[in-house]
Design a protein around this ligand. Structure first.
Ligand SMILES: [Zn+2]
Length: 174
């Protein structure tokens, strides 16, 4: 694991950076180590604990709706790779993105109007709404929270990160 979780001064997850970048932030005193591995690394003429989670010493303002880019992959991750109609879990390459309100009916490409759908469900639903097709959604689509950026950018999440990136209980949506 050479990626390091960066927390804002307020301990909110901000991003994921390379180990190299994390070390630069630490050496410049712009960040402090919050979680470290047992091992140490040599940087310049000193030895540092191997950082896993660092925290910026200054506050970075994050725009309220800082975009989680709407990509196929991001929708796949948000929906846990589950077809939101039938619950199937096809490989990512076979998953499609379905517009809940079809585009031909004015549906827009937005977090609240797209879901993962297996090819079979997508074809079956066609250009109908879930109600018309009698295909209820398992979960209404939502805009992911900012911290999901962290999860979306790295599939393998270090154990030490989890307490910082767990979703807010109740799943309030930014
Ligand atoms: Zn399906």
């Amino acid at each position: 694991m050479s990626a390091v979780l960066v927390l804002n001064a307020t301990y909110e997850p901000l991003s994921v950076v390379s180990l190299r970048r994390a070390i630069v932030l630490l050496l410049k005193d712009k960040a402090e180590v919050i979680e470290a591995a047992q091992s140490r690394i040599r940087a310049e003429s000193m030895s540092l604990p191997m950082p896993l989670v660092i925290r910026l010493v200054y506050f970075v303002r994050v725009p309220h709706r800082a975009g989680v880019p709407l990509t196929r992959r991001a929708v796949f991750v948000r929906d846990d790779g589950v077809c939101q109609y039938c619950g199937a879990r096809p490989p990512r390459a076979e998953m499609t993105v379905d517009h809940v309100l079809p585009r031909v009916k004015g549906g827009i490409t937005d977090w609240e109007n797209v879901v993962c759908a297996c090819q079979r469900c997508n074809t079956r639903k066609g250009s109908r709404t879930p109600e018309e097709a009698n295909m209820p959604l398992r979960r209404p689509p939502f805009r992911p929270q900012y911290c999901a950026v962290v999860l979306l950018s790295h599939v393998s999440v270090h154990e030490s990160w989890t307490k910082y990136i767990e979703p807010v209980p109740g799943g309030s949506i930014a």
